[in-house]
Design a protein around this ligand. Sequence first.
Ligand SMILES: N[C@@H](CCC(=O)N[C@@H](CS)C(=O)NCC(=O)O)C(=O)O
Length: 144
Amino acid sequence: MSGKLTLLYQSHSPYARKVLVCAHELGLADRLDVIHHETSPTNRNDAVFAQNPLGKVPVLLTPDAGALFDSVVICDYLDRLAGQGTLIPREGPARYQALRLQALAQGLCDAGIAVRWETERRPEVLRYPPLAEGQTTKLLEAYD
Ligand SMILES: N[C@@H](CCC(=O)N[C@@H](CS)C(=O)NCC(=O)O)C(=O)O
């Protein structure tokens, strides 16, 4: 499949970075137009919402499959585009090992962002320290 691929991206998004690493690992990075978009639940980005009703990046605009989100779907698309099942094996236990690792990475991203909201982004009076501690525990367990 040829044609342009546009990645709606945010440099501080671990999910968007994961997609870019995936593209580099698969030798597809040259095919991507990477466009930075600031977006957050408290900073609506209409251009992102136009492609993803969740208002989140990453989104990959493809010629054959429309606007793809989220990062798990995009990585699967890129892996198939590269042709070999290089990062996500097609069959057997190796497939589930890769998907489990990806789920762990997703969970690390989710917990990391939750910690950041509870420690930096949310106004101090609205923070709930036990939530930050619980999410930090998940990070530590997952990295171990
Ligand atoms: N599960 C999604 C998570 C994407 C996500 O949460 N992206 C954040 C940036 S780190 C975002 O765009 N947030 C904007 C919002 O929640 O409104 C994925 O794997 O792509």
